[in-house]
Design a protein around this ligand. Structure first.
Ligand code: AMP
Ligand code: ZN
Length: 142
């Protein structure tokens, strides 16, 4: 995609602090990190949504991201890491080339996710699970 900032990074038209690349994925430091070392792992092929990334590439993204997470823990004495992917604007996706964030975390890093926890009304949980489960079978078969 000619106007995609991450495609331009892969092509070397925009500079990046590269961590890793292979035939399927490219990893580089996020320019505005939550903590230093915050990395983005992206497919080399342009995909707006994670849902269209081929399984081998998606698997490689997860594999590389988790290895980077482990390394960040060792290198910088972080305690843990988050993997995060925003798929769609309402989910917080700003750059429309799918990307997996690797966010190193420390127990005292003072960053908090605003993760709310709702309660299902009676029967709703089973209803939603059955609905998703039936439709997922069709999706995975295609
Ligand atoms: P998201 O909100 O999940 O779409 O995240 C997009 C991320 O891309 C943000 O964390 C930005 O800081 C990061 N970002 C945007 N432009 C660049 C760039 N040129 N180099 C590195 N990271 C970038
Ligand atoms: Zn792109």
């Amino acid at each position: 995609m000619s106007d995609c900032i991450f495609c331009k990074i892969i092509a070397g038209q925009i500079p990046s602090a590269k961590i890793y690349e292979d035939e399927l994925v490219y990893a580089f430091l996020d320019i505005s990190p939550i903590n230093f070392g915050h990395t983005l792992v992206i497919p080399k092929e342009h995909h707006q949504s994670a849902a269209t990334i081929p399984e081998a590439t998606a698997g490689r993204m997860f594999h590389v991201a988790s290895r980077i997470g482990i390394l960040l823990k060792r290198l910088d004495e972080f305690d843990a890491y988050n993997l995060h992917l925003a798929d769609g604007t309402a989910a917080g996706q700003v750059v429309m080339h799918a990307h997996l964030h690797v966010i190193p975390r420390g127990a005292e890093d003072e960053f908090r996710w605003n993760w709310r926890q709702l309660t299902y009304p009676e029967g709703k949980m089973a209803e939603i699970a059955a609905d998703i489960s039936a439709k997922l079978k069709e999706k995975l078969a295609n």
